[in-house]
Design a protein around this ligand. Structure first.
Ligand code: PEP
Length: 255
């Protein structure tokens, strides 16, 4: 973590929590937040909770959608537009999570449309990228990441790059309890920043926050955020528990 980029900790709640469960989470979590904090916190709850949550989280926490559809409105049954996310209080949106790539057949070109649409409507995209176990086994990690970055960010305006967040999430580490090592993910993230700088120049690439995601827990977070290239974490399972998530966000202060 470097001092020039604001640390970011994001909670991906996936398809978990009812409104009542979310209220219970925040009742505890809000009490654990210090008066002043340097960290930025974003919660990505299911769509159904966005509006209600935005009314009781205050200003220290931001919310985001777990996905969006690229059109502003129209006959697209079941989809949520960037305008609707903004309307529900969102500042961020997750795009290209591996579960969407895998179960909903999202391609890099669909992801690219979503990224461009997020920027157009003033949402900060958190672009998720990462290789599968098979791809890693074949030594294809860098090739896969390069393709995901180049195709996913095609046509992004130079001035928008600094608002971008990238989450490096090796697919084999998500929900498996087998996190990447801090040093290996730091090296991969350094490579991701270099690849981004080919698109937008080193000056802009230096401002982009790149998170690590994949089986982050209170017990292993320190190793990741001590790395110079890692600007925070995208947390799935461990973000569902308020104490665990707080221990992850504030690990530098708490220990
Ligand atoms: C995720 O869903 O983005 C994730 C990183 O999950 P977990 O922390 O449970 O591995």
């Amino acid at each position: 973590m470097t001092s020039s980029r604001t640390p970011l900790f994001a909670a991906n709640w996936k398809m978990y929590k009812t409104l009542k469960e979310a209220a219970v989470f925040f009742e505890t979590f809000l009490k654990l937040l210090p008066q002043k904090m340097e960290e930025e916190i974003v919660i990505f709850p299911p769509f159904t909770l966005l509006y209600s949550i935005s009314s009781f989280i205050g200003t220290k926490i931001k919310i985001g959608g777990q996905d969006l559809f690229w059109e502003k409105e129209g006959a697209f049954t079941g989809e949520i537009s960037p305008l609707m996310l903004k309307d529900s209080g969102c500042h961020f949106v997750l795009i290209g999570h591996s579960e969407r790539r895998k179960y909903f057949a999202e391609t890099n070109s669909m992801i690219n449309k979503k990224v461009l649409s997020a920027f157009e409507y003033g949402l900060k995209p958190v672009l998720c990228i990462g290789e599968t176990l098979e791809e890693m086994g074949k030594g294809m990690t860098r090739q896969i990441l390069t393709k995901q970055i180049q195709e996913g960010l095609k046509g992004v305006a130079h001035s928008d790059f600094e608002k971008l967040v990238v989450a490096y999430e090796p697919v084999w580490a998500i929900g498996t309890g087998k996190a990447d090592t801090p040093s290996q993910s730091n090296e991969t993230i350094r490579f991701i920043r270099e690849t981004l700088s080919d698109l937008c120049g080193i000056h802009e690439a230096d401002k982009i926050r790149i998170l690590y995601g994949g089986s982050v827990k209170p017990q292993n977070i320190r190793g990741f955020i001590e790395q110079p290239e890692i600007d925070g974490a995208l947390v799935g399972g461990a973000s569902l528990n308020p104490e665990d998530f707080a221990r992850i966000v504030f690990s530098r202060v708490l220990s």
